[in-house]
Design a binder for this molecule. Structure first.
Ligand code: AFP
Length: 308
């Protein structure tokens, strides 16, 4: 049987979505290829470890955090398809253009920083919103609810590099072929399995969990296996493909560039996410770097977790 190879760019040309959105997704793919090259050569090029800076979250900035952030920003500037970017590593958004027809992007350029220097899976996460109806692009233009997203994407730099894209057309995955530096369609239709095979949680936070969270975890232990990488994007990807739920109840994760994009993907694949009270996509953001509790995965399991 002949194998049909579909490159990411061919896939994007073939689907009926806004041209600026296509260019934005293509820019993310180009950036991911460059970040993957950096990941491969981290120890060789001396890019392991911290820069010595502390970011707006009060967290230590790793050299790869900074490199990834600059790489993706450059790709968005070159694409001419993005008006403004919110980034985990930057206190204020980067305004690129006042063109009201372009895309708004919120990104975590390198997710899973604690895993960078130990060769464990890390990733990049992107939420994409339209900037239509805005008279002027300001720092507040990207404070949009998750339900207004038109697409989301993430990349896992793991045992291989995979980019997953969710649009109104559905969810698909593309594996990086290092021999030709192209993403190839390998997962045409990603849909969440019905069974909750895995659950992912940092058990060291047990004492902070509510009685509801503790009892639901005790139930999950009976039916599902625990898997926890410590890179949200890698834990999410495994649970998306195999069925599962990820929870971080204490509110460490960021709404705009972690929870919202991954909830968009999860919803398009058949699952959902809440903060324990309401659907993540309904939350009206107050600031770029705001944090949220997160329960994400199979809806039946997600809905059992409540806070307050
Ligand atoms: P960043 O590397 O982007 O700061 O994110 C790391 C993270 O927020 C998320 O990727 C993990 O799920 C979570 O931290 C792991 O944190 P714990 O070490 O607290 O479990």
């Amino acid at each position: 049987m002949e194998l049909t190879i579909i490159f990411l760019r061919e896939y994007l040309e073939s689907i009926d979505i806004d041209n600026h959105l296509k260019s934005t997704l293509y820019a993310i793919a180009n950036g991911a290829i460059l970040v993957q090259e950096k990941v491969d050569r981290l120890s060789i090029d001396g890019h392991t470890g911290a820069t010595g800076d502390i970011n707006v979250q009060g967290e230590v900035v790793q050299k790869l955090d900074e490199l990834g952030s600059q790489i993706f920003l450059d790709c968005f500037r070159t694409s001419q398809s993005v008006s403004i970017v919110g980034c985990e590593e930057l206190e204020n958004p980067e305004i690129i253009s006042q063109d009201p027809n372009l895309c708004i992007v919120n990104m975590d350029p390198v997710d899973g920083s604690s895993n960078i220097d130990v060769s464990v899976s890390i990733g990049s996460i992107f939420g994409i919103w339209p900037s239509t109806n805005l008279n002027e692009i300001t720092n507040k233009s990207l404070l949009l609810a998750g339900k207004q997203q038109i697409a989301a994407a993430y990349v896992v730099y793991g045992s291989n590099t995979i980019m997953v894209i969710a649009t109104e057309k559905g969810v698909s995955g593309f594996t990086l072929d290092n021999q030709c530096n192209e993403f190839i369609l390998t997962h045409p239709i990603i849909s969440l399995p019905d069974s909750c095979t895995y659950y992912s949680v940092n058990y060291s936070n047990w004492d902070q969990f509510s009685s509801n969270t503790k009892s639901q975890l005790e139930e999950l232990q009976k039916t599902s296996s625990l898997r926890y990488v410590g890179s949200l994007v890698a834990d999410f990807h495994r649970n998306l493909l195999k069925g599962g739920v990820f929870l971080y109840p204490s509110g460490k994760l960021r709404l705009m560039y972690e929870a919202n994009p991954l909830t968009f993907v999860m919803k398009k694949a058949g699952g959902s996410a809440t903060n324990g009270n309401e659907n993540i996509l309904d939350i009206v953001p107050k600031e770029l770097h705001e944090r949220t509790p997160l329960f994400i995965g199979n809806t039946k399991e997600v809905n059992k977790f409540t806070i307050g």
